[in-house]
Design a protein around this ligand. Structure first.
Ligand SMILES: Nc1ncnc2c1ncn2[C@@H]1O[C@H](COP(=O)(O)OP(=O)(O)OP(=O)(O)O)[C@@H](O)[C@H]1O
Length: 395
């Protein structure tokens, strides 16, 4: 089969119309450098940020056109904000005011009171937010929109915390598109105790719970608001988690009612927001941040995913996706920046094979990145606790 090359991709993109059907993506100079690795094509298209939603079909058209090139195994096309055109949007005040260092949320968060004694239930916390017996801190991993790599990040973060010596569990709260069974290569049904309490599934030493363990993936399930909530709360409370330092919750993508209710009903010690570097994703990330602020969940920080592209052959770094946006935005709005994860074939392929990179190649560069982020998360959490964190020695 013919080798895919950049020229072929560029020629194809000459056939994709630009906004307002004027010219094409190439003549209008909207396409970033094009990268090809293992037959997969990566590039971004810059658009005025205020037109992002409207131009989504153009992004899809470009992705489709490139995928149709013989020999192309996949394409990842993202929209990135054209800074000049998007200047008006970019200067809008942040939705979220800077977080003051003396933020006292930790005082009434679950983590603030429960770890040391492994308190059972809600004593000392807010009455309506019953905790999970034995679980020290519950941390939500969220994103303002789908497809930013939230689940991949949540799984590797959980394993990264484990690699740092903590007892960790993972709850897949994405009822509509559970990806944890696949990411952890777990199949089969969990056992139940007394027909009620579910024993979490375990792989790589990580206990996990997902709706995917309970229903068939292809079962056409139509979930409605109240069902989603009760399913999540059941997976949280009616599961024999045992003693855990941290339970990571892979939240559903977006900031709708389901997410809000979840944030209101579960005693979250903190939230981590996953964003891609594009300004557009950051606008979505800000919605996520605003949501947690609204329900007084402390923000542990932002992780920038697919931050830069690491060429598999040379190991050279390319900042094709407007890298650095998340760090700058985090600094601007006073939210800690937890780290950046590169876009690599290794992360994708290991995830897709159900062997997350932190366990597949524990001493590799990608695993180190996740372990470092895990330390940052733990430190942020410790910093917000009323009591000192248990003494975990990081390396
Ligand atoms: N750093 C990365 N490098 C390469 N591929 C990545 C990286 N992070 C995630 N991916 C890939 O991107 C795709 C989307 O990731 P994932 O399913 O984790 O996203 P998500 O935000 O949870 O998606 P959704 O919101 O749709 O559930 C997957 O194929 C995953 O392997």
């Amino acid at each position: 089969m013919a080798e895919v090359n950049k020229d072929l991709v560029i020629d194809t993109l000459r056939k994709v119309r630009g906004p307002d059907l004027e010219g094409d993506l190439i003549s209008r100079n909207m396409v970033s450098d094009v990268f090809i690795a293992d037959g997969k094509v990566y590039f971004s298209i810059s658009v005025p940020s205020e037109r992002a939603e409207e131009l989504e079909p153009m992004r899809q058209a470009a992705e489709r056109a490139v995928k149709a090139i013989p020999g192309v195994k996949g394409a990842l096309v993202t929209l990135t904000a054209d800074r000049k055109a998007g200047a008006a949007a970019a200067t809008k005040p942040a939705t979220v005011p800077p977080q003051s260092p003396g933020n006292s949320h930790a005082g009434h968060s679950h983590a603030g009171h429960s770890h040391a004694g492994h308190s059972h239930g809600a004593q000392g916390g807010r009455a309506q937010k019953a905790g999970v017996p034995g679980v020290g801190a519950i941390i939500a991993v969220a994103s303002g929109k789908g497809g930013v790599g939230k689940s991949t990040t949540a799984v590797n973060l959980a394993l990264g915390l484990m690699a740092n010596g903590l007892k960790v569990g993972l709850l897949d709260a994405d009822i509509y598109g559970p990806s944890v069974p696949r990411l952890l290569k777990i199949s089969g049904r969990p056992k139940q105790i007394d027909n009620r309490i579910i024993v979490p599934m375990e792989n790589y030493g990580l206990k996990s719970m997902s709706i995917g363990y309970l229903v068939d993936e292809d079962a056409a399930m139509i979930w409605r608001g109240p069902m989603v909530q009760s399913a999540i709360l059941q997976m949280l409370r009616e599961v024999a988690w045992g003693e855990l330092d941290v339970l990571i919750v892979d939240m559903p993508p977006g900031t709708g009612d389901a997410q809000l209710t979840m944030a209101q009903q579960v005693p979250l010690a903190g939230a981590v927001i996953v964003s891609t570097p594009q300004d557009l994703a950051l606008i979505d990330a800000r919605k996520g941040i605003a949501m947690f602020k609204k329900v007084e969940v402390p923000l542990l920080g932002i992780i920038e995913n697919m931050s830069y592209f690491l060429a598999p052959d040379t190991g050279k770094r390319y900042d094709i996706f407007g890298h650095g946006g998340a760090r700058a935005e985090a600094e601007r709005i006073g939210v800690p920046f937890l780290g950046e994860v590169p876009l690599t074939m290794e992360i994708r392929e290991k995830s897709d094979a159900g062997t997350p990179v932190v366990v597949a190649d524990p001493d590799g560069a990608a695993a180190e990145v996740y372990k470092g982020i895990a330390r940052q998360v733990w430190e942020q959490l410790a910093g917000r606790r009323a009591r000192p964190a248990p003494s975990i020695v990081f390396e």
